[in-house]
Ligand binder design. Sequence first.
Ligand code: NAD
Length: 334
Amino acid sequence: TDIKDLSQEDAATEIAALQADLKQWAREYYENDAPSVEDSVYDVAYNRLEALEAAFPALVTADSITQQVGGREVKSDLPKVAHPVPMLSLGDVFSFEELADWMATTQKSFHEPLAYNAELKIDGLAISLVYENGSLVQASTRGDGSIGEDVTANVRQIKRIPKKLNEPLTVEVRGEVYMPKADFVTLNEERERDGLPTFANPRNAAAGSLRQLDAKITKQRQLDAFLYFAVDAENVLGVTTQAELLARMAELGLPTNPTNAVVSSEADVEAYITNQTATRDDLAYGIDGIVVKVNNLAYHEELGNTVKVPRWAIAYKFPPEEALTVVRDIEWTV
Ligand code: NAD
C-alpha cells in the first residue's frame, strides 16, 4: 500500500510485523550465521520500515532495528570486547540517482568541491584489530557496534593478517574478514560429504568460521582480510585522506584492497561502478556493492555519524543477481 494512504494505526500494525520479521532474520544472520532469506528480501523489508518510520516519526522506538547496528544483542559464548569508538554500519542506496543525491548532500556542507574514495564493498564480516607497539594484541567482531566478540586466537590463524606491523605503532585498524569464493565452494562440498549443514554464502561461511570457540577450526578454514579504516588515522598514522590511509596501511604490512579510486564527479563514480560490476565475477572474493567515502578525513569528523551509520560514507548495493528474487521481492512488498 502507498504509505501516504496509510492511517497511523495501519502503519503501526505494518511496522510491528516488519520489526518481527527483520529481528528474526537478523538473529539468523548475525547470531547463527544461517540466514533463511536472501539479503535482497531483508533489504526490501528494511527499506519499507525506514520509509514508514520517516512518514510516521512518532512510531520510531529506540529498540527499532533501524536504530541498531547488527544483531539486537551479542549472544555468543565468546568473551566480549567493548568498542570505545563504535563500529557502525553503512547507509545504503540502490541506484545511481540516490547515490548522486547523497553526494550532493555531503557537498552542501563544504565550499570546495569534494573528492571521494570509491572502494569495493567486501562481502564478509567486520573486524577490529588492536596493535600495541606493532604487535597484534586483540581482534574482535562488530557485534552490536559497542560490544563485540573476542576472536583474537581465531584471527591469529589468518595468514594474511600480520602479528607484527612493519613499524612499532599502537593503532586500532578495522576491515573485513572474508572467505574466497573457491574456498567457500570446497568447504561446502566437504560439509555436504560429511553430512553437515552447508553455509548459505561466503559471508556466512566467513562469519561461522571466525566465530568459533575453538581456534583450531578457524585454522582449517581459508579466511582472508582487507583493512580499510583506522581509529584516529590522522594523528596515529599521519594521513589526511582515505586513499592515503589505504596506502599507509599497506606500508605497515596490512592487507588492503588495491581497486580503490579517488573520484570527484557523479560521472566518475558511475564509471567506477560500471567497471567494477563488469569484472565482479572475475574476483576471487565476493563483493555486494561499492562504498563511496568522502576522501578528506578531517571532513569525517565534521559530517559525523547517526546512531547507526557514518554520514561521510555510503554503500551502493548491487541489484540482486537473480531476476527471480526481484519478482519475489515485488510480490512481497505489495
Ligand atoms: P552492510 O553489511 O550492508 O554494510 C556495512 C558493513 O559493510 C560494514 O560494517 C563493513 O563491515 C562492511 N564493508 C565492506 N567493505 C567495506 C568498505 N570498503 N568500507 C567500509 N565498510 C565495508 O550492513 P550491516 O548492517 O552489516 O548488514 C545489513 C545487511 O546485511 C543488509 O543490507 C542485508 O543485506 C544483510 N542482512 C541479511 C539478512 C538476511 O536474513 N539475509 C539479515 C540481516 C542482514
